[in-house]
Design a protein. Structure first.
Length: 319
């Protein structure tokens, strides 16, 4: 039977609902480490306040500091895809066959975000691919908030995960100070401190922070000091990456997500929505006997504050 306008409208409404259902079901393991920033232009410059004045007892004059803004720009990019459905599927009332596909399309959005954030973490060891607001690599051995900072620190390692290396990373976060010498109070809440690992390191990570007693029977001092997050695809991406350049690498990361600013940014310009080309009078339908549905969104992925993160390439032996 001929395809009717009512049939097309019903299919459009149904596919939108199925896509939205899938959108809510998709999983992004790194979501707690991501700060979403809304964008209103093609490019956004994130002017981090590199330093804040100290708050001290007023002895004469207030402590006065000049705040330096450090620009970090992200260009919005377009992401999406198109699926074509033949007219025959409408004529033969076979649209139900495409329902799982449309739902699955929605489910792909959050894993897509996760994949790009995984790339960011891996590229964060590179001074060219992984630049943050300091214009240097997100993970480095001599990180400074800005040129006037009184100290530099390392938030980078190359060793595989073990208890000693976890404790080194935790101490690095907990000892970090602002430029006035005040503690940043990082790594103090294990529920908001993510230990991000490959699937291969799940048991190692669990043995470090997930068990209350050690094999000796003694209390585990690191119990619940962090929350283990297994990042799917991290091992495969890292071992294939020219940045890490090691076929045995098992990278891992420790990130404090307790602050309003996060280690990673998602710059949201246009939400990921589904639209359709289903007009019977369109040139495509006339020429090719197919209707099209498109998912499209705009945004970009970037680095927040390196101060909140510690990363290891996992390329070298743990000890």
């Amino acid at each position: 039977m001929p395809v009717t306008a009512a049939q097309l409208a019903a299919a459009d409404t149904n596919f939108r609902a199925l896509y939205t259902r899938g959108l809510g079901a998709g999983f992004n393991a790194l979501n707690p480490a991501v700060m979403t920033v809304n964008s209103s232009a093609a490019t956004e410059t994130h002017g981090w306040l590199a330093d804040l004045p100290a708050i001290r007892e007023k002895l004469g004059e207030y402590v006065r500091s000049e705040i330096q803004r450090l620009g970090y720009s992200l260009d919005n990019k377009t992401y999406g895809g198109i699926v074509d459905i033949p007219m025959e599927a409408f004529e033969d009332d076979q649209l139900g066959l495409y329902g799982p596909t449309i739902t699955g399309w929605g489910e792909k959005v959050n894993p897509m975000h996760q994949s790009y954030f995984t790339d960011l973490l891996i590229n964060g060891f590179s001074g060219t691919k992984g630049k943050d607001y300091t214009n240097g690599a997100f993970f480095g051995t001599a990180k400074k908030q800005h040129a006037k900072a009184k100290q530099s620190v390392s938030n980078k390692d190359t060793k595989k995960l073990n208890t000693a290396n976890f404790e080194t990373a935790l101490a690095s976060l907990q000892e970090r100070l602002d430029s006035e010498g005040d503690p940043l109070n990082l790594g103090m809440d294990g529920a908001k401190l993510l230990l991000v690992v490959t699937a291969d390191d799940r048991s190692t990570a669990d043995s470090i922070v997930g068990v209350q007693k050690l094999a000796s029977g003694a209390d585990n001092p690191n119990y619940k000091k962090a929350t283990v997050v297994v990042l799917p695809g991290l091992k495969t991406k890292a071992q294939a990456s020219a940045v890490i350049n090691n076929a045995d690498a098992l990278p891992w990361f420790l990130m404090d997500v307790s602050k309003s600013v996060k280690p990673l940014i998602y710059q949201a310009r246009t939400p990921f929505t589904i639209t359709s080309l289903t007009s019977p009078t369109s040139q495509q339908v006339f020429d090719q006997d197919k209707f099209s549905f498109k998912v499209r969104g705009r945004g970009n992925y970037g680095y927040g504050l390196w101060e909140l993160a510690y990363g290891s390439t996992g390329a070298d032996a743990a000890a």
